[in-house]
Design a protein around this ligand. Structure first.
Ligand SMILES: Nc1nc2c(ncn2[C@@H]2O[C@H](COP(=O)(O)OP(=O)(O)OP(=O)(O)O)[C@@H](O)[C@H]2O)c(=O)[nH]1
Ligand SMILES: [Mg+2]
Length: 160
């Protein structure tokens, strides 16, 4: 099973993967975007081996979203030709973000278009950085995300 982890730069994609796979992965603690290439890690999950794909984040400080997308698309095409297919995508978002910036919104829209409606059931939207907000605030922001159509709301299937 292969799952790609995607999202804006700094949301914690590499951190999430490093917690699951007992591998040292470069995490970005400074202002600069960190992950530069598409890398594969193995998680020995209770359900069996799962390959997690770490991807460079969107809204990178140097590269355009188009460049980042090309990198990911190239990798996907290469693996597709080897008959290796993605099982799903995990799209991470910081629950502590108290604004949905224009870039974040454009990125979400691009991501929706990239997946297409038929692939949406294989997409999981998840949030990171819960310890940065109180539980009540986290739940409030999560509800806003889920309910607003432009965000993760009604135009999308339940898990999106
Ligand atoms: N408090 C908190 N910090 C986190 C969490 N996840 C990641 N971080 C921190 O956020 C910063 C960025 O994490 P990364 O895992 O490098 O983020 P990324 O999404 O891989 O970023 P790019 O590689 O630039 O796309 C690091 O300082 C992490 O320690 C979380 O759930 N809670
Ligand atoms: Mg990273």
């Amino acid at each position: 099973m292969i799952v790609a982890v995607m999202g804006m730069t700094g949301v914690g994609k590499s951190t999430f993967i490093s917690r699951l796979c007992e591998e040292r992965i470069k995490i970005g603690h400074d202002f600069e975007s960190c992950t530069q290439s598409v890398d594969v890690y193995t998680w020995k999950s209770p359900m069996g081996l799962i390959y997690l794909i770490d991807t460079p984040g969107f809204d990178d400080d140097v590269r355009s979203d188009g460049d980042v997308l090309s990198l990911i698309a190239e990798w996907l095409l290469k693996t597709y030709k080897r008959k290796i297919h993605l099982s799903g995508i995990l799209y991470l978002h910081r629950i502590s973000d108290n604004r949905m910036s224009g870039n974040a919104l454009r990125n979400l829209k691009m991501f929706q278009n990239l997946c297409g409606q038929t692939a949406l059931p294989n997409v999981i939207l998840a949030t990171t950085m819960w310890e940065k907000v109180s539980e009540a605030e986290g739940v409030r922001l999560e509800t806003l995300l889920k309910n607003k159509e432009q965000y993760w709301g009604v135009s999308c299937p339940d898990n999106f």
